[in-house]
Design a protein around this ligand. Sequence first.
Ligand SMILES: [Fe+2]
Ligand SMILES: [Fe+2]
Length: 238
Amino acid sequence: MSFNNESTLREIAASGPAAARVLEEAGVDYCCGGSHSLQDGCAGTGVTADEILARLRASADEVSPKDADWRSSPLAELTEHIRQKHHGYVREAIPRVSALLEKVKAKHGANHPEIATIDALFHQLGQEMIAHMQKEEIILFPYIERLERSKNGGAALERPFFQTVRNPIQTMMNEHDGAGNLAKRIRAASSDYAPPADACASYQRLYGELREFEADLHSHVHLENNILFPRAVELETE
Ligand SMILES: [Fe+2]
Ligand SMILES: [Fe+2]
């Protein structure tokens, strides 16, 4: 697979998890900003498009054959993967990170007022994510799965109350932007997750967990915005 400066971040990230990882590690926004070209997406990251292209070539050699190709697998497998891997992770990470925040705030909050800011932002992000995932699991994903079954010869589909799948998808994408922005603000408030010199072990773990939370959010939103949603729209149009 060959990419160039004008390739969109969406097509690069959708080519496989190794490519998505290269973008993630370089700090390029490939999930909410998936429609940008590689050239534009590199602006402000400190990494050039040429460097990314070189890393993509190197990473292509490490792609595990076990990595599913979500561009062609059944959509029901993709929605199940998102539920298990990403929604499952978010649900177990929120209480863990919240407890760490509580602890670090009690110990270091006086010297590090940014912890209270991060705590408030993470609390909001957690609440929004829980409500968001519920909508996906109760309304959107089951509809996409029914759409696929009816396409494969199952029962004809009644018109849903939201008329077309584009409507809930648009709502979900707006919510992804909101969550991405909250994560960005947490990153800024924590100086890119760099613990201060006097940070204890819990403080360091907290920043590690927050970094992981943002990285997981990026691959989660990428699978939905760049793969699941466009494929669902295409299926509905057919
Ligand atoms: Fe999701
Ligand atoms: Fe989502």
